[in-house]
Design a protein around this ligand. Sequence first.
Ligand code: SAH
Ligand code: SF4
Ligand code: F3S
Length: 483
Amino acid sequence: MPSFHCITYGCQMNVNDSAWVARSLVKMGWEETSMEAADFVFMNTCSVREKPQHKVLSMLGIIRDVNPKASVAVAGCVAQQLGEKLWEKNAHVRLVLGSDGIVYAPQAFEKIAKNPKLRLSYLKFTKEFPDRKPELDYFKNIPLLPTGSAEESTKGNDTRAFVNIMQGCNNFCAYCIVPYTRGRQKSRPLASILNECQEWLDRGICDLTLLGQNVNAYGKDKASDTPHFVELLYEVAKLRGLKRLHLVTPHPRDFCDATVSAYKELPVLAPRIHLPLQAGSNAVLEKMGRGYTNQEFMRLVEKLRLARPDLALSTDLIVGFPEETEADFQETLRIMKEANFISSFSFIYSDRPGTRASKMQNKVPANAGLDRLNRLMDLQNELGEKWLASRVGMETEVLLEAKSAKPKYSEITDNSINIETVRTALETIDDDTENTSWQGHDVWGNTVNLIIPNDLAYKAGDIVSVKIITAKKHSLLGELIQK
Ligand code: SAH
Ligand code: SF4
Ligand code: F3S
C-alpha cells in the first residue's frame, strides 16, 4: 500500500479538510509517514496573504529536494487559484484539488497511485455544498475516543471537533481573495450537519465548533434543507452529549438579534466570540466594503454583552489598508480598547491579485504598516494580559486536552501568589510520579495548565473544576478543585 504525508497551511477549514483526507487514506489502507519517506505528499494551501502563498511554492521545491520520488497533491486555495499552471514548473505535482475538489481526494489518489503517468485536476466549483463521503472516514463507526495510535494529522483532535457547515463567501471584502478561491457561499444540509455533530458526540467529544468562512450567513443561499442559522444553533444545542459550542467565523453584519438572543438562551454556546473588526475607522471600513460602521460594531458588542455578561471577544485586524491614515489607525486602537478584545490576529495589508483593493491608489508604505502593526500588538498584549490577570481567583471548568510539560512554576513572577509554596510544590513534583501535568482550555479558550493526581484517573476529554491561581503572559495556571 502507498504511503503519504500531509502538510497544511491556512485556516481551520484547511486543517479540518486535511484531517478528513488523511483519515480517508488511512481507511483505504495507506500508511502515514514522514515527508522524506512518503510516496505521496498532500499539501493543503492558503493564499489569503502573499506570505503563505510563497511558503507553498518554496515547499514544493523542498519536497523535490528531500524526496525526489514523491508525487505531490496540491489542494485548497492556491490550487484553486493557480490550477494546472502548477504543473508547468513542478513535474512532481500530479494532483491539483481546488476548494470543492478536495472531496474527490481519496478516489483521485487511488487513480494516480495505479497509473504513474496520470495527472488529474479537480477545479470546478460545485453547485451544492460538497459533502464528504462519511463512509471513507477512518473514525466512522469507531465508538471510542481515538487513542492517538494514528499520526497527528489522522488523529485530528481527541477532545474537540470541527464541523463544516458552509463553504465559500459572497461578501467580496475589497482586500479578500477568499470569494475567488473558495467560490460562492454554499450551505450544508441540516441533516448532514446534525449527523456529523452527533457522531462526534457519540464518540465522547463534547466540544464542537461550527465552521464556515462566514458562518452566520448560513442558510442565506437558500440551499435545500438549510434553515436560518439561528434554527441550526437551537437544533445543534439539543444534541445529546454537547457541552461546548463555538462558531468560527461569524461576520458582524450577519449577526442578527435572534443569534444574539441565542447567546442568552443557550448556555452551551461558549461565551467567547471571534468577531472580525478588520479596522476601526469608518472611512476604511467603507472602503473595505465590510457593511458596518464602528458604531454599529460597538452596538452589537453591547447587545452581546447584555445577553452574556461573561462574554470575551477576539478579532481579526488589518493595518495599512490602502489610504489608511494615522488618524484612521488611531480609530482601530480606540475601538480595540472599547471592545476590550482579549486577543486578535493582526495582519499588514497584503495585495491579492484580482481584488478591488489591489487596484486602489495610495498604498501605505511597508514600514508604516509594520510600525502600526507593532503598536497594535503592544496594545493587544496589554489587553490580553489584563484579561488573563482578571481570571485569577476565579473558579472555572477546564476541558483536559493533553498531558503537558510541567508548568514552569519557577518562572512565575506574579506577586499575588506565594512564591515559596509554589517553589516547594515544584520540588516535590520533580520526583513525583503520582501527579500529571495537564493542559486544557476553559470555556473562553484560555489555555490552562494544572496538576492532577494520577489516582483520580482523569483522561483527555474530561471537564474538571479548577481554581485559577495565576496568570502568565499567554496562559493560566490552575488548581484542581476536588469535589
Ligand atoms: N471570513 C473571515 C476571514 C477569512 S480570512 C472573515 O470575514 O472574518 C482571515 C483573515 O485574514 C481576515 O479576517 C483578515 O483579517 C485577513 N486578511 C484577509 N485578506 C487579507 C489581505 N489581503 N491582507 C491582509 N490580511 C488579510
Ligand atoms: Fe487560506 Fe482563506 Fe483559503 Fe483558509 S479560506 S485556506 S485562510 S485563503
Ligand atoms: Fe468573506 Fe471574510 Fe473576506 S467574509 S470576503 S472572507 S474577510
